[in-house]
Design a binder for this molecule. Sequence first.
Ligand code: NAD
Length: 338
Amino acid sequence: MNKNINTEKGDNWEILMPAKKKILVTGGAGFIGSNLVDRLMERGNRVVVFDNLSSGHTEFIEQHFENPDFTLIEGDVLDTGAIEKACQGTDFVYHVAANPDVKLGASDTKVHFDQNITATYNLLEAMRKTGTGKIAFTSTSTVYGEAKIMPTPEDYGPLIPISLYGASKLACEALITSYSHTFDMQAWVFRFANIVGPRSTHGITVDFIRKLREKPEQLEILGDGKQEKSYLHVSECVDAILFAVENSPEEVNIFNIGSEDTISATGIGKIVVEEMGLSGVKFTYTGGSRGWKGDVPRMRLGIEKLKALGWEPEYSSERSVRETARALLDLEKNPKVD
Ligand code: NAD
């Protein structure tokens, strides 16, 4: 990475563009973060990406490197000095950085505690010390655990996560809402369904493409394939985030973001097989109702709150998955297309 990107451009901006909003995006080089950054840049903001590049890629944001309104800071939210420095003069923080691998919690019990809870605490402390008053947080449907009401509304309770990842995100939400109240901050918490789209680097569609590349005659599906979940395209996810931030002025604003239907794991397998132009693929199942310990087999979020505000998704789960498979396959053919 070209380290000059940061300091030289950062210094120039303060003089040239004093009126623009400075937005910090932690995890801005990752899948969802980089799609959000594209949209924030389009809207004429000054954007600072703060990312340790553990799962993010400079290729996802390099289109902005020549733009004086853009800065990349390669840093870790666990580095308290670095995150506090990055918060200086910031108007708004999108806290997207996290370890998003739900499965990992069963074999590594510390990773989500560190990367999600401690990292969020560090960021909130940095915001408090620098007087940065607004935060949007990327939470997850897994905070609901195995909800008995479906579609699950934001006020569903009690929240009983079944994965360490879900537990860590719920803890982050609690820290964010309590900091908002105690230190007069304002917060937007977004509980996502499964988000898919260009630049996905993990998740079921990515896994299936990888498995079918290795063994085009067979697809192993974790669980019984009947898991039914909601999938939303990242472009719609980013739309919803920006819409809610602009239109919801409470001290704490909590929104589900998802599609209005579900698709099964087997259904996703069929789409990927079709999009790869394969035939005669044998589906095998590892068995059991869930794919792994901590997997929630049925998930659909109620999005009435966002709809009442004026936003609703256009894509079904199937269309979101199909377009994602297409985009990822195109990218394999031509690495510059996204
Ligand atoms: P991702 O792995 O592509 O993005 C995470 C980014 O954070 C990466 O760029 C990574 O390098 C960076 N990062 C991680 N730890 C960091 C640290 N300590 N310091 C600085 N940077 C760090 O994942 P994603 O799918 O884009 O997820 C983004 C956010 O959305 C996460 O908070 C995730 O929990 C949440 N989320 C994602 C989904 C989904 O379906 N993808 C669903 C629900 C919630």
